[in-house]
Design a protein around this ligand. Structure first.
Ligand code: NAD
Ligand code: IMJ
Length: 260
């Protein structure tokens, strides 16, 4: 029970397939108390039954793309729940039309929106986090390998993730003096809402399975358990890191021949 007595916030739970759900399950299994924010009233209603599995608190609305919403949500948390020990940021968005075709067709407005939701929101989260964490704490965000190497169709999201990963190193430096750690998990592909509609996703999963040293796809539980570790005191010396949780795929240069 490495999270016994710890309290934290999860941002980005949409449904039972969400990576945030796997993280919530793992944290709960280790004794953590959880609260959730949700983008809209629609998502809030959809996840209210799920959130009840993890705690009795009200879900707090927070559309991270809007000015002042993160600060307002954190003030509400401070008033109603008190201090936190950890925050999980599991949020990304780009216009669907831009996650296909040529990257250069991205419009200025969609480029900025993808950066705003998928990168800047974590910077803002980290700005207000220390106020909620007088005893220190730990934050984790989610990223993807498309930030490092070209993955077909990831396009504008790849740039947002590269910026997010770089921001992790600067944020870790900013928050170090407050004894707050900041890390990212680079997750392998998982079939979630954010992966729905991605062209040939089943094929991507299959290729990754054959390429991976562990010969399987990563699961929400794999990500959840790694995240729990990073949020726990067991990771007290780890900050500013991008940890790959992808069954070893990112380490493999030469591809395996698919075997059936
Ligand atoms: P998901 O659709 O379950 O979660 C994405 C969440 O982002 C949703 O809960 C949605 O409400 C939230 N969101 C989007 N715009 C928002 C806004 N303006 N304000 C507040 N919340 C907003 O999908 P997921 O796959 O669990 O994605 C979670 C994170 O994991 C994302 O950062 C994604 O890039 C990352 N990731 C996913 C994969 C994958 O293959 N699924 C792999 C690596 C990294
Ligand atoms: C997303 C697009 C293209 C290729 C992709 C992905 N691959 C993977 C993903 C190979 C694994 C999923 N991923 C890592 C993401 O970060 C997804 C982000 C995302 C997904 C959507 C779909 C629905 C929508 N906007 C989105 N914005 C961000 O309208």
């Amino acid at each position: 029970m490495i999270m016994q007595g710890k309290k934290g916030l999860i941002m980005g739970l949409a449904n039972k397939f969400s990576i945030a759900y796997g993280i919530a399950e793992s944290l709960k299994s280790q004794g953590a108390e959880l609260i959730f924010t949700s983008q809209t009233e629609y998502f809030k209603n959809k996840i209210s039954d799920i959130a009840k599995e993890f705690g009795k608190r009200e879900i707090i609305l927070c559309d991270v793309s809007k000015d002042g919403e993160i600060e307002k949500a954190f003030d509400e948390i401070l008033q109603t729940v008190g201090n936190l020990d950890f925050i999980v940021h599991s949020i990304a968005f780009a216009d669907k039309n831009e996650l296909t075709g040529k990257y250069y067709n991205t419009s200025r407005a969609n480029f900025l929106n993808a950066m705003n939701v998928s990168c800047f929101s974590f910077t803002e989260t980290c700005k207000y986090a220390p106020k909620l964490m007088p005893n220190g704490g730990s934050l984790v965000t989610l990223t993807y390998y498309g930030s490092e190497k070209v993955v077909p169709n990831y396009n504008v999201m790849a740039l947002a993730k590269s910026a997010l990963e770089t921001s992790v190193r600067y944020l870790a430096t900013d928050l170090g003096e407050s004894h707050v750690r900041v890390n990212a998990i680079s997750a392998g592909p998982i079939k979630t809402l954010a992966a729905s509609g991605v062209g040939e996703f089943s094929k991507i999963l299959e290729i990754e399975r054959f390429r991976s040293p562990l010969r399987r796809n990563v699961t929400q539980k794999d990500i959840g358990d790694a995240c729990t570790f990073l949020l726990s005191d067991m990771a007290s010396g780890i900050t500013g890191e991008i940890i790959h949780v992808d069954c070893g795929c990112n380490t493999v240069g030469v591809k395996f021949e698919p075997k059936s």
